[in-house]
Write a protein that binds this ligand. Structure first.
Ligand code: CA
Length: 369
């Protein structure tokens, strides 16, 4: 039922109460809750329960949706492993055993090669640019088309901003140091490492500390200082490398079962969509506010050795990244269309950002030194 019909069936008094955002009891009195269908959803995530930033964002989303909808949608959030393991979130929502999920599209590259474009492309778009492409540059239509075949409706679900390159137990001085390296690094970044002789491992966040501690992996990337500090990688790895070439603006995602999404009236669809958009920005704001304090703590209190990847290594990673992406899209028509849209947007936004964001950051650095 659309909003106009919905309001007309309630009568003017009830409609006024509905528009005023009545409390649940008041709404029941005026017939809004009694007349309107209510929805109870499970939201499964790939993160540990209440994990800072990544896990608290879906919790805040659930609270916001419940308030905005005056209790018509109630969402309970589950951490990885509470109902389904981290890497079964996609299937659980696709099949409808959970109504919603929160995770990252590149975890599903085994489902479709185009999914990593909706998280991060090595040396690709930043968070600000990803949001521009997705919401005003044609990205969302391609995202919808890609996920429709899996019975899902996707939304951007937050961004970490530029990540860190990861935690290592030895210095990375030349390309030789990447050979034979077993590293947790998902998405296209993992394929790039493989090209350069390393072994990428895909593991959910909650398993990384033990894997690194026991030597199952030699190195790991995760997110950035705010999150990496909470997992305690500084206790088991000495060198912390930057920048996160493989995830320059990692975007997370909300996914909703398609039938569940399509069964919602338009006003509730608008609420869910607006809440997702708000949380998408909110997560980036949280990382922007928290990362530096955590980095100071890692370096000053825990004596972590901060290192920049050497330029020849970065150049080799860039070359391998271009090869990986070219080969990926050559083999899949849908991935090629996503890539062409992404690449066209990137070309334009990079040209403008050279004289805006980048010019300003360079200027700021030069006058502050
Ligand atoms: Ca990462």
């Amino acid at each position: 039922m659309d909003r106009r019909k919905f309001i007309s069936t309630l009568g003017l008094g009830a409609a006024t109460a509905a528009l005023a955002g009545c409390g649940q009891q008041d709404c029941a009195d005026t017939g809004v809750s009694a007349g309107g269908k209510t929805y109870t959803w499970k939201l499964v995530t790939t993160w540990p329960k209440n994990y800072p930033g990544l896990g608290t964002t879906p919790e805040r989303f659930a609270e916001l949706v419940e308030k905005m909808s005056a209790g018509r949608i109630r969402i309970k959030v589950y951490g990885a492993g509470e109902i389904v393991p981290a890497f079964e979130v996609f299937d659980a929502v696709s099949q409808g055993s959970a109504q919603m999920g929160h995770g990252a599209a590149y975890y599903w590259k085994g489902k479709h090669p185009a999914t990593p474009f909706f998280t991060a492309v090595p040396f690709g778009l930043t968070a600000q640019e990803m949001n521009g492409w997705l919401h005003h540059g044609g990205g969302q239509a391609l995202y919808d088309e890609l996920y429709q075949q899996f019975n899902l409706k996707p939304f951007a679900g937050g961004s970490t901003g530029v990540q860190m390159a990861g935690w290592f137990n030895r210095e990375i001085n030349t390309l030789e140091d990447l050979k034979g390296l077993k590293m947790r690094i998902p998405g296209l970044g993992g394929e790039v490492l493989e090209r350069l002789g390393g072994t990428p491992v895909q593991l959910p966040g909650g398993e990384l500390f033990t894997a690194l501690q026991t030597g199952t992996i030699d190195a790991t990337e995760w997110v950035g200082p705010y999150n990496d500090l909470t997992f305690g990688f500084h206790k088991i790895a000495r060198y912390y490398y930057y920048p996160g070439w493989h995830e320059p603006g990692a975007m997370l995602e909300f996914i909703i079962n398609r039938e569940v999404w399509e069964s919602l009236p338009e006003d509730l669809q608008a609420i869910v969509s607006a809440a997702a958009r708000a949380m998408n920005q909110d997560m980036l704001d949280e990382y922007t506010a928290r990362n530096n304090a955590a980095l100071k703590q890692l370096v000053n209190e825990h004596n972590v050795q901060l290192r920049q990847l050497p330029e020849p290594v970065m150049r080799a990673l860039k070359k391998a990244s271009d090869d990986v992406v070219s080969e990926l899209v050559a083999g899949n028509e849908q991935a090629r269309r996503v890539y062409e849209s992404y690449k066209a947007f990137e070309k334009d936004v990079v040209a403008y950002h050279r004289i805006s964001e980048q010019a300003y950051l360079n200027l700021r650095t030069s006058v502050m030194d």
